[in-house]
Design a protein. Structure first.
Ligand code: G3I
Length: 388
């Protein structure tokens, strides 16, 4: 019953939103008047959402807002090659088939990561040469399967240290390793291969797309890339790879942001820095938690406080304003923002609830699938918001 109610409510609100955003203000014309994010942003970039097995029906009321999807788990190594040489695309193809049937682009997430990694890949006794060959085999097998059904890939995910220190930046030892690469379904690529695993992953993906004739883009994806010291580490890594002729097309800023722990200026500085390298930028996992990352929260909220909802909306508004501004060439040779993907569809399905064991409300739609103030903040540039 709850799902049916949610769907009905969601459809009513989406329709209401469409009428108010487009109804009497004339909007900018075209189909953007239907109030759907994908159409309001059709002149800027695709707007995506992360989905996973079992949620496509739950979000049938909201998924029309998006023209791109990522998979939260189903395209990762643990799901696609759980044992050596035995590829399995059942879970991923369920979502990719649905995406194609519903006119959605697909972001491939992700090829090489220290997490969601089957234990066989870096098992005891694996040499660097064997590990790099396993990367080549995995990358080729996955790209051969999906072809151009995924228009871009996070080739390597989270290879940088969680938050590098200045001494690590100075020594060049700013990659994820040791305790930061440990855990269930995890492996320490850097300990065995140094940063060659990153380079080999991108070389393998570039070789594969050439051999298979695929017009797809290759991204480096990580979180915290708006933080100055991590931005410097990322720039150093990318400059080294580009100087060696390694093909990298873009930077995926995951954009998991936190109330009270965020600088809009540094966010824009990062967008400028990565696009000045000639790379495109995407926000690949955007959500804005209502607690500061520092986790020193005075209280656990029973519901989203109005004051925080307003600040969250202002953050979303500022971020999307910057994304729109950098979605067109802003400097000779610079890259642009080519997509924004939310890491989830609505507040009843956020990874944050399990990440910190407390309810969070980080997305654009609430638990009843209604547009939040954050939704208004990123659409009012287009015309009158829902409120009027
Ligand atoms: O383990 C089962 C597996 O056996 C089963 O086949 C599969 C069926 O879907 O489910 C698996 O369960 C869990 C899976 O999510 C279900 O979606 C995994 O145990 C669990 O580890 C996995 O968590 C995902 C996590 O990445 C690790 O892959 C989260 O949903 C996903 O939101 C999270 O996303 C990451 C990005 O990839 C990288 N950036 C950070 C972001 C948040 O942590």
């Amino acid at each position: 019953m709850k799902r049916i109610f949610k769907t009905a409510v969601g459809i009513v609100f989406t329709a209401a939103c469409a009428m108010s955003v487009c109804g009497c203000n004339g909007g900018n014309g075209g189909d953007a008047d239907d109030g759907l994010l994908k159409n309001i942003y059709k002149d800027y970039f695709p707007v995506g959402a992360a989905v996973k097995t079992g949620v496509l029906d739950l979000y049938e009321d909201l998924l029309p807002h998006f023209n791109s999807v990522s998979t939260e788990y189903e395209m990762k190594w643990a799901a696609t090659q759980p044992s050596e040489g035995a590829f399995n695309f059942d879970l991923s193809d369920n979502i990719v088939d649905w995406a194609e049937q519903n006119g959605k682009m697909v972001r491939g997430h992700c090829l090489v990561w220290y997490k969601a990694l089957p234990s066989w890949v870096l098992r005891e006794g694996t040499t660097k040469e064997v590990a790099l060959q396993r990367i080549r085999d995995h990358v080729y097998g996955v790209l051969e399967h999906f072809g151009e059904r995924a228009y871009c890939w996070d080739v390597v995910n989270e290879a940088l240290a969680d938050l590098p220190k200045q001494y690590q930046l100075d020594s060049g030892e700013f990659y994820r390793t040791g305790a930061e690469a440990a855990g269930v379904e995890c492996g320490d690529w850097y300990a065995l291969c140094g940063n060659d695993f990153i380079k080999e992953a991108f070389r393998a993906a570039d070789d594969a797309r050439k051999e298979l004739g695929l017009d797809i883009q290759l991204y480096y994806n990580d979180y915290g890339l708006n933080i100055p010291v991590k931005r410097e580490a990322c720039l150093k890594m990318l400059e080294e790879m580009l100087s060696e002729g390694i093909a990298v097309d873009g930077v995926g800023m995951q954009a998991h942001y936190y109330y009270g722990d965020f600088s809009m200026k540094e966010f824009e500085n990062s967008v400028k820095a990565y696009t000045e390298l000639g790379l495109d930028v995407q926000l690949t996992e955007l959500d804005i938690a209502v607690y500061p990352y520092s986790n020193s929260v005075p209280e656990i909220y029973a519901e989203l406080p109005e004051t925080i909802a307003q600040i969250q909306a202002a953050m979303y508004g500022g971020i999307f304003d910057i994304c729109r501004r950098y979605s067109a060439p802003w400097k000779e040779g610079a890259g642009t923002i080519t997509g924004v993907t939310m890491w989830g569809v609505a507040d009843d399905g956020t990874h944050l609830d399990s990440a910190f064991g407390r309810k969070d409300w980080p997305l654009l739609f609430d638990e009843e699938h209604r547009p939040k103030l954050a939704f208004d903040a990123i659409t009012e540039f287009y015309g009158k918001s829902r409120k009027q």
